[in-house]
Design a protein around this ligand. Structure first.
Ligand code: HPA
Length: 256
């Protein structure tokens, strides 16, 4: 059963036919909220809102370990992470949907591993390809099937937040090779890898990153809210196709 973690702009999954909710206790504390179970087009799926149901948990306070552990505990077979981002690359504008393929992690002070000593031997997980290739291919195929343009291949920069970046920081991220910037992609992705769950992200560009395009002199989310909502509608239809046609989708041999 696929799990969907929703971020800003996707705090509920309206196309999920809900059967029940479950509050999960984990060795790492409380997840962001109850996991919602149900069906999308007759196929089972589960949903967890990353920032809580009232959207009150900021990126640096999300209990990523509890979230990933809870989804794994409930036998998720993979995680699709939906998150809004700022667009750095010139061709990325508000409303664009992006399928990132790489990550640069600038976060600090977060609980970023399940392997933190105690009884577990020291483990250095391979993270060369941070996203699952097969899941990415399935997302791309679902997007094509429903006619949603998804911009493949982008390097995701994970910043600490909750403040937005300065223009100079975005210049630096660009020099580093980053194309989009968000605050929640790490340590979510690495924790999924550590626990053995295929993980891929769908990013929605909510704004030009600081100092770029329409954000040349500041970022004003309010004026872009409708763009984000419309784009999340397209993401919902991709997820609907992906989950609803799980049996029909053939592996494309891109798994990492
Ligand atoms: N920076 C960081 N995170 C974000 C942004 C941004 O510009 N937009 C949406 N999430």
């Amino acid at each position: 059963m696929l799990a969907i973690i929703g971020g800003s702009g996707l705090t509920t999954l309206s196309n999920l036919d809900v059967s029940h909710r479950e509050v999960v206790r984990t060795p790492y504390g409380e997840p962001s909220g109850a996991i919602v179970f149900g069906e999308i087009c007759g196929q089972p799926a589960m949903f967890l809102p990353r920032h809580g149901y009232g959207h009150t948990i900021p990126p640096h306070m999300v209990n990523y370990r509890a979230n990933i552990w809870a989804l794994h505990h409930h036998r998720a077979t993979g995680i699709i992470s939906v998150a809004s981002v700022g667009g750095i690359r010139a061709d990325l504008a508000p409303g664009d949907v992006v399928l990132p393929h790489q990550i640069i992690d600038y976060t600090w002070g977060r609980q970023a591993t399940f392997f933190d000593g105690g009884a577990t031997p020291v483990t250095h997980i391979d993270f060369t390809e941070p996203y699952d290739g097969l899941l990415r291919a399935r997302i791309a195929a679902a997007a094509t099937a429903v006619g949603v343009l998804i911009k493949d291949d982008a390097v995701y920069a994970a910043t600490q937040g909750p403040r937005l970046e300065t223009a100079a920081e975005i210049d630096r991220l660009e020099r580093d090779g980053a194309h989009v910037v968000g605050m929640t992609g790490m340590p979510e992705a690495v924790l999924a890898r550590e626990i053995g769950l295929p993980y891929a992200a769908i990013n929605v560009v909510a704004n030009h990153a600081a100092g770029r395009g329409s954000s040349a002199h500041g970022i004003h989310f309010e004026s872009l809210e409708h763009v984000l909502q419309e784009a999340m509608g397209r993401v919902r239809s991709v997820i609907e196709r992906l989950v609803g046609s799980q049996e029909a989708v053939q592996p494309l041999g891109m798994s990492v």
